[in-house]
Design a protein around this ligand. Sequence first.
Ligand code: SF4
Ligand code: SF4
Length: 429
Amino acid sequence: MADSIRSSLPPIYSHLFDAFFDRPKVVETRATCENCAMCDHGQASPVAMEFFNSETKCCTFWPILPNYLVGAILADPSPEMAEGKRRLEAIIDKRVGVTSLHVARPRKMSLLMGGYSEVFGRARSMRCPFYDDANPAGTCSIWRHREVICMTYYCKYEGGVRGYEYWTALKDYLSHVQRSLAQNAARSVDSNVIEPKFKNGTLTLEDMEDLPPKESDYAAWWGPWVGREREFYLKCHEWVQNVSPKDFARNVDGSKEGEASLRALIAKYERLQSKTLPNSLIRNARMREMHVGDKVVVTSYHRFDSFALDKELFEVVGLFRADQTLDENLARLKQDDGIELAPELIEFLFATGVLVEPAKPQAAAAGVSPEVSADLRARRAALGAVIEARGIEIDEATHGKIAEAEASKLETWIKRAAVARSLEEVLND
Ligand code: SF4
Ligand code: SF4
C-alpha cells in the first residue's frame, strides 16, 4: 500500500477512509517542490514571468489546523516534528486563532488573503509560520499532519485539467471530513466549550494589533480549559483515533455532503485514469492568450500553468465547430484543408484545456425564425460560438446579418472568425 492514496495522506485518516483510498495515488511530477517549478532558475520563457519568491514558494498561506491535527502534531514524538511542534506551541501560547475547533490564522491575515491573489507566492509577509527556511529546500515543519489545502494544492498538474479537477474534488471531500471530525471531536471532548463567532469582514482592536483576545472573552470560550488547550487538542486527536470505520462510514461518508463529495471524487479519479474525450470539442473561449511572434502563450485551466502553442496550431483549433463531433471536425479539416491532427495531440490539447467540451449551443442570432432549417441553425450557432471564443462581442446589426446569411456565407464567416480579431475581419467581403 506504499503508493496508495491512503498512504499519501496524514496517518490519522488511515483507518477511517473508504476502500477507494487504496487505489494508486496521483503523482504530480511537474510540481517539483524541492526545486520549485514556480521559482526563477533561469529557465527560458517566451514572455516575462512573475516568478514565486524562493523564500516562500507557494506557502504564502496560513493554514487552519483542525483540533485533531493540532493534537496529532503535539502527540508526534518523532524528531522531524520537533520544530513544527515548537512553532505550534508558541502560537497556542499566544492565543491568537486558538479555539476549540482550530488553531487558525489571525483574522487580520484572513482579511488580507481576500485580496492577495496577485502577490500569492511572492509576499514574504504572508509566509506560513510552519515554513522552515532553515532548510535550504524550504520545507514544511508539520508536513505529516498538514491540513486539507496543503494536502491538495499544486501549481501544475501532470493530468492537466483532469488532474486539477481530481485534486479539487479531493479538497472538497477532505474539507467535509475535516469539518465533521473537528466539530464532533470538540463536542465529544467537552460540549460546553464555545466556538467564538465573529462578524464577517470585521476586526476587533486585538485582531488589528496582533494581540490575544480579551481575557474575559477567551475565558468564556474555553471555560475550564484555559491554560489546558494542549490537553484539549490531544483529547480531540485521541477521539478521532478511536472513531470506528463503521461510524465514520455512517456519519461522515454517509451524510448527504459526504456521499456527494466522495462520489464526485471517485468520478474525477476515474476520469483522470481513463482519459476519455468528450464527443465534441472546441477551442476554449475563456483562455487568456498572448501573441508573441509565431507563438501564442495561453493560460487555460490554471493561472500558474501557462504554456506556448505554435500560432498555426492555435488557429487550426479555432476551426473546431460545436455543431460537429470530434471525428466530424477532424474529417472536415483533413478534407477541406489537408490538416491532420494526431490523437496524442488532441489528447494533449484537451488535457491542457485548449480544447474543451462546448457549452450547450446558443442561438447566435436574435430573431431566428422557427422555419429555419436545423442545418442553418447549427451553422449560425457555430459561428456565434467561434466569434465568442475570439472574445468578440456581437452587436445587434451583426445578429441580423447572421440571421439572414445562407449556408455558404456562414461557412466562409466561420473560417474567418477562427483567426479574426474583430467583427469587420469576419464579415467584410
Ligand atoms: S506546488 Fe508549490 S512548492 Fe511545489 S512546485 Fe508548485 S509552487 Fe513550488
Ligand atoms: S503548513 Fe506546510 S505546506 Fe502548508 S503552507 Fe505551511 S509550510 Fe506550506
